[in-house]
Design a binder for this molecule. Structure first.
Ligand code: SR1
Ligand code: MG
Length: 397
């Protein structure tokens, strides 16, 4: 498949990004502006434009028509920019303090102009440097509870919700997740990447039909459960944080999917960070895992009590049953994320930077083992404490 560009699309560079910002009237003149491409993600260009005179900055993010992480041989729709800016705007209606403000978007140019957050640090980086971000999981729990509730059938008229399902249909980005999270790591596929020393453990996973059947069910849920508008890629690299603030960014994978997916991805990435640490340094991550689930559960339940349109909402047992379904799926999705970040195409620095090498292999083995256990035993893990207990038992703590 060839890379397709619309006639109105052109890839920005530092000087055309500045020209665009000035043309949009976002700055007075070019002369005091500096621009730097700072994108370190897998897919897009990110330009940081700074006005030295007024000490003001903004971000221009542009989707390129291929996956940057692989190159032009992997064409990828630029429609993801439309999805991202629309999702940010929608999330901003419910949690304005937890997402960047969008100033402008242009679907033909695949551009989103948004608030500069460079006073914050990408949470994955900060956590790796030993920061613990006391507010992180409470904020992400609130983000999850509100965004996931207010775009669901529990909160919306069915026709409105179906319109949103259409607006947020995102087949190419879903295909990435369907393959890289739910399929390739469970088979001997050429997108997988892992050290030869891990091969015995990886082959054990590939032969484990029990885990594969459960992974298949989770994939089916991702493919078919249009429950709510999910972020779709909520790892710690999609979050900016400081001691005080949290901002969730990059919802280009957003679509109508299962409520538990974002919750599970975030939990898995906390645990991946825990695996990069030793002993008591892991405790803040376990606290975050507990806190994110508890805050999600409380926020979602409060929204349900106040704003559910569902005629069954007040029937005894329905909310509890809904939450236990979300929980079970979230733990399964967390298992898939633990595995794919260890042996799939897109690794995480949390594991890849562990030294010495033997320790890295051991921690990766543990990521595979805990991931498989979460997938297989998710229905037996009834509370978030059970999940942490299971993880600690497997990592022998
Ligand atoms: C080809 S994209 C690889 C990964 O990067 C994104 O952030 C998503 O996590 C995706 O799976
Ligand atoms: Mg991203």
């Amino acid at each position: 498949m060839a890379v397709t560009k619309t006639p109105l699309y052109e890839t920005l560079n530092e000087s055309s990004a500045v020209a665009l910002a000035v043309k949009l009237g976002l700055f007075q003149s070019k002369s005091t502006l500096t621009c730097q491409e700072i994108g370190d993600g897998n897919l897009n260009y990110v330009f940081h434009i700074y006005d030295q005179e007024n000490d003001r900055a903004l971000i221009i993010k542009q989707a390129v028509p291929y996956a940057k992480v692989v190159g032009e041989s992997w064409p990828l729709t630029i429609d993801r920019a439309r999805i991202e800016s629309s999702a940010l705007i929608r999330q901003g209606e419910h949690v304005p303090h937890l997402v960047p403000r969008v100033y402008y978007s242009d679907t033909a140019l695949a551009v989103t102009v948004m608030e500069d957050l460079s006073h914050l640090k990408i949470a994955r980086k900060g956590l790796l440097e030993g920061e613990n971000y006391p507010n992180l999981s409470r904020d992400v729990g609130e983000f999850l509870g509100k965004t996931l509730f207010y775009s669901s059938d529990y909160a919306l008229e069915p026709k409105v919700k179906k319109q949103l399902v259409k607006q947020f249909t995102n087949p190419e980005l879903c295909d990435i997740t369907e393959r890289l999270v739910f399929t390739d790591p469970f088979f001997d596929h050429d997108t997988n990447e892992f050290e030869e020393e891990l091969r015995p453990y990886v082959e054990k996973l590939w032969k484990n039909d029990k885990v594969k059947v459960e992974a298949a069910k989770l994939k089916k849920s991702f493919l078919t459960s249009a429950e709510t508008l999910i972020h779709g890629d909520l790892h710690t690299g999609s979050i900016f944080a400081s001691e005080l603030e949290t901002k969730v960014i990059d919802p280009e994978f957003a679509f109508y999917g299962p409520i538990g997916f974002d919750v599970g991805q975030f939990i898995a990435n906390l645990l991946l960070n825990a695996l990069s640490r030793d002993g008591a340094d892991r405790d803040p991550l376990y606290e975050h895992v507990k806190q994110v689930w508890n805050t999600f559960q409380t926020t979602f339940s409060e929204a349900w009590e106040k704003h559910s349109l569902d005629v069954y909402a007040k029937i005894e047992g329905y909310l509890a049953d809904t939450l236990s379904h979300i929980f079970e799926e979230a733990i399964g999705f967390a298992g898939c994320e633990l595995i794919r970040r260890t042996i799939g195409l897109a690794h995480v620095a949390d594991l890849d930077t562990i030294v010495p090498f033997d320790k890295r292999i051991e921690r990766k083995r543990l990521a595979l083992e805990t991931g498989a256990a979460f997938i297989e035993k998710r229905s037996q893990l009834k509370t978030i404490r059970d999940v942490i207990k299971c993880f600690k038992l497997l990592v022998k703590e």
